[in-house]
Design a protein around this ligand. Sequence first.
Ligand code: ATP
Ligand code: ZN
Length: 283
Amino acid sequence: MLKIAIQKSGRLHEGSLKLLKECGIDISNGNNQLRVRSSNFEAEIFFLRDDDIPEYVQDRVADAGIVGENIVYETQKKVTVVEKLGFAKCRLSLAVPRYEQYKDITDLQGKRIATSYPNILEKFLKEKGVQAAIHTISGSVEIAPRIGLADAICDLVSSGSTLFLNELREVQTILHSEAVLITHPQLNEEKLAVLESLLFRIRAVNKAKDNKYVLLNAPNHCLPQIIKLLPGMRSPTVVPLAEPGWSSVHSVISENDFWKVIEQLKANGAEGILILPIEKMIL
Ligand code: ATP
Ligand code: ZN
């Protein structure tokens, strides 16, 4: 049995549950329980405060957990990051009042910086040779400059709207973060086997999200060019259409170069292009 800790409530909660669900792991937590045994997978899910998860994993209260990388680096517990999960993307950044001048990090020399991430910030400032007073506060860091508590802040940012509303300007990114799967560095064979199975499913789900299934029609003389544009999993499937001289081509393309490839396909004679989402992808 693999004990997996996820956030009880907050920004990681839904994404974590959704991922487990997409992996076919059934967990019904109707009664808002602290721990729930999956009915169809060798796992027990613990619902905890995300900041505590690395410590619980280090202490073997849980074998694995889903947390933001920011929490992993800040808490400095002995855990292994096994997989990036692709959601809850954000960055840890320095921000200063909007009209404050800022050329580079040396402008923070001797200043007061408010943050909930004192360890990451201290390491960063040390690397840059800047000395500043770090004020650790646990929440609402963005109001610190306005109430005179700090000259700058170091906080998580995604869209930047919180900074904007608080008349702050993001000036430097310290860390990019996303949700990750962490585990205790030493798991027994039985737990490792469950972890392997979980990882296999997570990778199939996330790989599918990065790719699209594409179907198109093309005159046969255009096929060589089109096939070059569509590498596919091994190579594209080509089937003849009922109309002589035409074929249908099926393949998989990466979300990243999706629009570029579609334009090139059209320019090279493709017609009737259909794009479908992929649910799972196993290479
Ligand atoms: P608490 O633990 O007190 O509930 P928290 O700030 O740790 O507060 P959330 O706000 O739910 O909890 O954030 C959980 C995680 O979600 C963060 O540690 C981070 O990894 C991620 N995250 C993604 N986008 C953002 C964002 N815009 N602001 C804050 N965190 C974000
Ligand atoms: Zn938290």
